[in-house]
Design a protein around this ligand. Structure first.
Ligand SMILES: C[S@@+](CC[C@H](N)C(=O)[O-])C[C@H]1O[C@@H](n2cnc3c(N)ncnc32)[C@H](O)[C@@H]1O
Length: 224
C-alpha cells in the first residue's frame, strides 16, 4: 500500500504585515523612485550635454557625420599624398578611420568626449588603432602646423576664421580639403562630387601666394 506523504509539520515563517511595515515599505519606495529618476536624468544629461555644447558656442558646429560619398570624395583628393592627416572636428572618427585604412597616419580633434571614446573603440574594432589618434580638444586652441593633409567638414559661419588660422599655421606642402562648405576667399585647386557631397582641395602654395600678393597690394596702396 502506498503511503500518502505527510504534510510538513514545520510551518513557513511568514509574519503578518503590520501597518508600520507597510509604511516603511512606502517610505523606501518614496526614497528609491526619486533616486532612480534623478540618476537617470543625470545620466541622460551627461550624455546629451556634449552634443548640445558645440551648438551653443560662437560657431555652432553640430555633429553631422560625413556621408559615404563624401568620404570617398575626400579619399580621391588625397590620392598620391602622404604625411599625417588631421580631421578638424572628427565626430565619430569615420574620416580618420577611412584615411588610416588607405595607409595614412591620421588624427582627429573633437570637442565631444563621447564621440572621441566611440572613435577610439571604432578604430580598435576596425583594426587601425595603431595608425590613429583622437584628442578631446577645442579646434580653436590647437595648432595644425604639423599636418600636411587637413580635412574640415565645418559650417559656413566658421570658414572665414578657419581660413585665416590655417593660412597662418600650415606649411608649404599642405593640402586642405573642405567638405560641403568651401572657404570664402581661397581658390580651390581641385573640387569633386556633387551637392552636399562636394569637396574642395586647396594647396597651401596657392593660398600662401594669395596671402603674399594681398599683403603686397595693401603695402603698395599704403605707400602710394
Ligand atoms: C559636421 S561634424 C563633422 C564630423 C566628422 N568630421 C565627419 O565628417 O563625419 C563637426 C564636428 O565638430 C565637432 N566640434 C564642434 N565644435 C568643435 C570645436 N570647437 N572643437 C573641436 N570639435 C568641435 C562637433 O562635435 C562635430 O562632431
Amino acid at each position: 500500500m502506498s503511503k500518502i506523504p505527510a504534510e510538513s509539520s514545520v510551518a513557513p515563517d511568514i509574519k503578518p504585515l503590520t501597518i508600520a511595515d507597510e509604511d516603511s515599505n512606502k517610505r523606501n519606495w518614496g526614497i528609491l523612485l526619486p533616486g532612480i529618476a534623478g540618476g537617470t536624468l543625470v545620466a541622460l544629461y551627461s550624455v546629451a550635454i556634449p552634443f548640445i555644447v558645440p551648438a551653443l558656442r560662437k560657431h555652432c558646429l553640430p555633429f553631422v557625420p560625413a556621408t559615404s560619398k563624401q568620404i570617398e570624395n575626400v579619399l580621391i583628393m588625397l590620392k598620391g599624398r602622404n604625411g599625417i592627416l588631421v580631421d578638424i572636428g572628427s565626430g565619430d572618427g569615420r574620416i580618420v578611420i577611412a584615411a588610416a585604412k588607405v595607409g595614412f597616419k591620421a588624427v582627429g580633434y573633437e570637442l565631444n568626449p563621447w564621440l572621441v571614446w566611440y572613435s577610439r573603440y571604432r578604430a580598435w574594432r576596425e583594426g587601425v588603432h595603431q595608425d590613429v589618434n583622437f584628442y578631446i580638444s577645442d579646434l580653436w586652441k590647437v595648432s595644425f602646423s604639423q599636418y600636411t593633409n587637413v580635412v574640415i567638414f565645418g559650417v559656413p559661419q566658421m570658414m572665414l576664421q578657419l581660413e585665416k588660422k590655417l593660412g597662418d599655421e600650415l606649411q608649404q606642402d599642405a593640402r586642405v580639403i573642405a567638405c560641403r562648405f568651401p572657404f570664402p576667399h581661397w581658390r580651390p585647386n581641385h573640387s569633386f562630387g556633387e551637392g552636399i557631397d562636394t569637396v574642395w582641395a586647396y594647396d597651401s602654395k596657392s593660398f600662401r601666394m594669395k596671402k603674399e600678393n594681398d599683403a603686397a597690394i595693401v603695402k603698395g596702396i599704403l605707400s602710394s
